[in-house]
Design a protein around this ligand. Structure first.
Ligand SMILES: [Zn+2]
Length: 75
């Protein structure tokens, strides 16, 4: 089963509407949280996709890149 599941980014805002953190869901599971700093990234342990946060002057990007990680384990 190599079906890809949608990715979800949950952006947590502070009281002033400022971004505090971004929770990343990949492969139907929450894989972690990105602090709101430039070049933060997290890699999904299931599919090996890397989720990257890039801050710019007045906006930010959430990028998804495939990594060459080889997974060992259960099949
Ligand atoms: Zn994944």
């Amino acid at each position: 089963m190599s079906k890809k599941y949608p990715v979800d980014y949950r952006v947590n805002l502070g009281q002033n509407g400022n971004v505090i953190s971004i929770e990343v869901t990949c492969c139907k599971r929450r894989i972690g949280e990105l602090r709101y700093h430039d070049e933060q990234s997290i890699t999904c342990p299931v599919c090996g996709a890397r989720h990257l946060l890039r801050l710019q002057y007045n906006h930010f990007h959430l990028a998804l890149t495939e990594s060459g990680i080889t997974l060992t384990g259960e099949t």
